[in-house]
Design a protein around this ligand. Sequence first.
Ligand code: CA
Length: 230
Amino acid sequence: MKVLVVEDEAKIADFVCAGLREQGFTVEHCANGTEGFEHASQGGYDAIVLDIMLPGRDGLSVLKGLRKAGVATPVILLTARNELEDRVEGLALGADDYLAKPFFVEELIARLHALVRRVSGERQNVLAVGKLRLDRISREVTWFEHAVDLTSREFNLIEYLMRSPGRVLTRTQILEHVWGYDFDPSTNVVDVCIQRIRKKIHSIAADVESPIESVRGVGYRFRKLDAGAE
Ligand code: CA
């Protein structure tokens, strides 16, 4: 696990970095906010430990800048004991956790582990292909950031297709997976359901090609879309 520590007080930085390295973390350290922002925005970290009071750019400004730039790396803020307002503001700006000084490095390590576990768990619950995003927990689907109102069956069908972008799934496979029991193979429930999903997606972005492709005589395939596809 690779962690960026942004902390100007040498004593704190030393014990944090040493403690993390001892536990097998890969650690990089920056002693001011400007440098911290530059490193953090290049990405590649599993988490960032960010002090609030920093020379150069302060921690809250660094955090705000990162979230604005779309950097979603989990952040733990280090706050002084009485900085309640900073903590509240930090959480509002997108910090994932905070730790008040003084603290034990063991606690920081425990929080880092919990945070990274939580974030990777959340990531697995979200499928994203191109501009289509599906959340397995809330069961919400968005297309170009607009909610697509799907029935439970439609949701299960699109989830099944999205799990294997580029792969053709036959009507029988879809029937078995989404309807869960043997249907008369001549039934057209799959086609009807796909049509409904396409219509809903089309109503959001009419000039965009449907992400669900028909493969004549076989079944359906979810297009491989890259994140920038529009
Ligand atoms: Ca400081």
